[in-house]
Design a protein around this ligand. Sequence first.
Ligand code: PEP
Length: 250
Amino acid sequence: MKRKLVAGNWKMHGTNADLAEVAALARAHPDPRVDILLCPPATLVVQAAALAADSPLAIGAQDCHPAASGAHTGDISAPMLADAGARAVILGHSERRENHHESNDLVADKARAAQRAGLIAVICLGETLAEREAAQTLEVIAADLRASLPEGATAANTVIAYEPVWAIGTGLTPTAAQIAEVHGLIRSLLAERLGEGEAAGLRLLYGGSVKPANAADIFAIADVDGALVGGASLKAEDFSPIIKALEATA
Ligand code: PEP
């Protein structure tokens, strides 16, 4: 039975002072009906994982290098993240695709590295506003999914997050019909690649300006199995109502 998932992405926010939010979140949902993942910056993974130990809250990271080790100054490998207590890693976020020129091939290599390290790869895809306005959304999503998803992807080791670039951090969200259309496409492409059973079990998250006020409406959309949440994951008091909204559908 598929467990829905709410994942939080703290991006480049958070210092020791913010670990109180991790502790509060770990305490707030002792027996959740959904999976909860929080991805703080790499500097906080060890402490966050210690605070979340013995709670249902899983800690993840926001990127990894495709190699397990080597001469890559400043990078962090998937085995290092697993060793630090991470259980998942966000890959191919649009901010990394744009700011660090990450290609689909690189995202797939990183996802393979995550698999080898026993981490869940949360692979992000999304169209820009220009692509949406040019009616290219479906072809962009299809091409990015095909090229970012590595062989060996399963419902257990992979999560796909649909995050329209124009909806991230803007307060804008697509219509329910637009989200349903993209999630339906992703599900059918996954079925072609992995088979119906595996595709049905693989969690598809929506991300982009999910807030307590719109979460229930987004979670009611077909083929939405949860959310990837940026800004509203920084404070437990904002993140918890989103978790509760997903629990209401589980
Ligand atoms: C994100 O960073 O993945 C994201 C969806 O951000 P926000 O919720 O702030 O739009």
